[in-house]
Design a protein around this ligand. Structure first.
Ligand code: PHE
Length: 340
C-alpha cells in the first residue's frame, strides 16, 4: 500500500460524505489498514515491529490528512453559504408606510387639549355599563318614557340586579362615576364611544363619539356656561363662533338647552363674508339636583354646575367638511389616505 497514493486519494474528495467513506475504507472496522493490523499476529517479532511501525506511520499520516481535509471542506461550506446568503446592506430599504390618526381621534385629542387649556381634566368611563349607570344615575327612571329616547343596545350578560348590561347610549353615563371619583369641585371632560340602535345614514352611526363636559363648583351659572361653550367651540372650529341657546328637555338637567352655533365664512361664489346657518351642535343644561344626589354630593351647599354633551363625529364633519359621517369608520383607504 503506497502512502502517497492513499494521501492523494484522500485529498481529492469533494464532500464530507466522500471524505468519511474514504477514511472508513482505510481505517474503519473493515478498513484495509485495520485488516492489515489484524494480520500482524502471525508474523515473527522483527517483521511484526517493522510492519507495526509502517502501519502506525500510515495511520497517523492519514488521520492528520483527514483532519486537514475536514477543516478545509468546512471552510468551503461556510464560504459558499456566505456567498449565497449575502445581504447587500448598501441597497435602499423598502419604504415603510407611515400611518396617521383618524380624523375622529385627531378631533378628540384636539378637543381634549383645548378643554385642558381651559382647566378641565380628561377622564373616561366604560363603554359597557349597567342600566343603573346609563339611566338612573342621570335621573332617567327605568320606567320613564325618556329611556325610549335612547335606542339602547343590550349586552347578553346580567349585572348584580339581574339586568342586562348596555352599551352606553351617551357619555352622561360617566358623570356619576367621575363625580364620585374626584368629588367636588369638579371640572372634567369625558370623551368616549357611545352606541345606539339607530338606522345608519349620513348623520347617524350605531357607534359614535361624544365628549361630555361637567363643571360643578360654587356659583357656576348659565352665563358661565355660555362663555365656556363659546370659547370652546371657537377654539375647536378655529373660527369666531356665535352661540344660541334654545330650551330643551334632558332628564339630567334643569333647565336644559340645545345649543346652535354659527360663524362667518367666505362665500366661494360671491367672495363675500357670509354668516353660516345655525347648526344644532350639542345638548347641555344645569345639572339636575337628582344627579348630584345620586352621586352623593347634594349636601355640598351652594354647588351647582353645568353639563354638556357634544358629538365628536359631528364636530369632525364640520371641521373637515365631510358630508357623510359613515366615512369616518367604514375603513375606506381612499378616504383615510386623503387626510394623511
Ligand atoms: N347626553 C345627551 C345626549 O346624548 C347630551 C347632553 C349631555 C345633554 C349633557 C345635556 C347635558 O343627547
Amino acid at each position: 500500500m503506497n502512502k502517497e497514493q492513499l494521501l492523494t486519494q484522500l485529498s481529492q474528495v469533494q464532500t464530507k460524505e466522500q471524505l468519511e467513506a474514504r477514511y472508513q475504507s482505510y481505517l474503519g472496522k473493515k478498513g484495509s489498514i485495520t485488516t492489515e493490523f489484524k494480520t500482524m499476529g502471525s508474523l515473527d517479532p522483527k517483521a511484526k515491529k517493522e510492519k507495526g511501525q509502517l502501519l502506525s506511520d500510515l495511520k497517523n499520516s492519514l488521520e492528520a490528512a483527514y483532519a486537514d481535509k475536514e477543516q478545509s471542506l468546512s471552510m468551503t461550506e461556510i464560504n459558499q453559504l456566505l456567498e449565497k446568503e449575502l445581504v447587500d446592506i448598501s441597497l435602499p430599504a423598502t419604504p415603510a408606510e407611515k400611518g396617521h390618526y383618524s380624523l375622529l381621534v385627531q378631533t378628540r385629542r384636539e378637543m381634549e387639549e383645548i378643554a385642558q387649556s381651559m382647566g378641565f381634566i380628561v377622564a373616561t368611563g366604560s363603554d359597557v355599563v349597567t342600566k343603573y349607570e346609563n339611566f338612573e344615575t342621570v335621573n332617567i327612571p327605568i320606567t320613564h318614557p325618556a329611556t325610549e329616547m335612547h335606542d339602547t343596545i343590550y349586552v347578553n350578560k346580567q349585572d348584580q340586579r339581574g339586568e342586562n348590561y348596555v352599551l352606553r347610549t351617551h357619555t352622561s353615563s360617566a358623570q356619576n362615576y367621575v363625580i364620585k371619583k374626584y368629588g367636588l369641585p369638579i371640572k372634567a371632560v369625558l370623551p368616549g364611544r357611545c352606541y345606539r340602535f339607530d338606522e345608519m345614514d349620513a348623520t347617524h352611526d350605531t357607534m359614535f363619539y361624544q365628549l361630555e363636559g361637567i363643571y360643578i363648583d360654587k356659583n357656576v351659572s348659565i352665563a358661565n356656561f355660555k362663555n365656556v361653550i363659546t370659547t370652546f367651540l371657537s377654539a375647536v372650529l378655529k373660527k369666531e363662533v356665535e352661540v344660541r341657546m334654545r330650551p330643551a328637555f334632558f332628564p339630567f338637567v334643569e333647565p336644559g338647552f340645545e345649543i346652535d352655533a354659527r360663524y362667518e365664512y367666505l362665500d366661494q361664489k360671491t367672495g363675500e363674508k357670509t354668516m353660516s346657518k345655525w347648526l344644532e351642535i350639542l345638548g347641555a343644561g344645569m345639572i339636575h339636583p337628582n344627579v348630584l344626589k345620586e352621586a352623593g354630593v347634594e349636601s355640598k351647599e351652594g354647588r351647582t354646575g353645568f353639563a354638556f354633551g357634544i358629538g365628536i363625529n359631528r364636530v369632525a364633519a364640520m371641521k373637515f367638511g365631510i358630508k357623510d359621517i359613515r366615512y369616518f369608520t367604514n375603513g375606506d383607504l381612499r378616504f383615510i389616505k386623503s387626510f394623511a
